[in-house]
Design a protein around this ligand. Structure first.
Ligand code: HEM
Length: 142
């Protein structure tokens, strides 16, 4: 049997102040999805330096001529801000995957009564994976 909910008026923008798990799941899923799209372009730009690299192009890194692809990767990894952004990228990707799988179950009608709990579980598991990754990502960064 269908059930109706009183969600208030769409025009009542003040409703965003009322915390609901569903609202934050929606916002974070959109945010993480679009950050991943943005990263995709960055990723392609970095990897495409492998083409001139394969043709022998070099660049100066720490006073040495090295393959341009190696110089790009090592030059980026030398920047602390890049290391921190990598942790952020992992957080965004893991959350999007976990929450995405949760949404697929919701679309199938599985676990509808526990939507808020499964959202919190996605956040907790994302947090645990991200924390566990920090020693690897930030090794030697500071
Ligand atoms: C295992 C990996 C992934 C899963 C399970 C997943 C799952 C989903 C699901 C279920 C939705 C629809 C949410 C809704 O019902 O509104 C969605 C939206 C989206 N996903 Fe993913 N996704 C994954 C990977 C990715 C990747 C790699 C990217 C980007 C490169 C991406 C970008 C997006 C974007 C842009 C949206 C639309 C966000 C919006 O509503 O504006 N996703 N994802």
């Amino acid at each position: 049997m269908s059930q109706s909910y009183n969600r208030g008026l769409v025009e009542d923008f003040g409703r965003w102040r009322e915390f609901t798990a569903g609202m934050w799941a929606w916002i974070l899923h959109k945010f993480s999805g679009w950050v991943l799209i943005g990263y995709l372009f960055t990723h392609i730009a970095v990897l495409s330096t492998a083409i001139p690299g394969a043709n022998g192009a070099t660049a100066m890194l720490n006073g040495e001529q090295v393959n341009v692809y190696t110089a790009t990767i090592q030059g980026l990894e030398m920047l602390t801000v890049v290391r921190i952004m990598e942790v952020g990228l992992l957080a965004v990707a893991v959350f999007h995957i976990l929450n995405g799988v949760r949404l697929l179950f919701v679309d199938l009608g599985v676990g509808l009564e526990a939507q808020d709990k499964s959202f919190y579980a996605s956040l907790v598991v994302t947090g645990a994976i991200v924390l566990a990754s920090i020693p690897t990502f930030l090794e030697g960064a500071f």
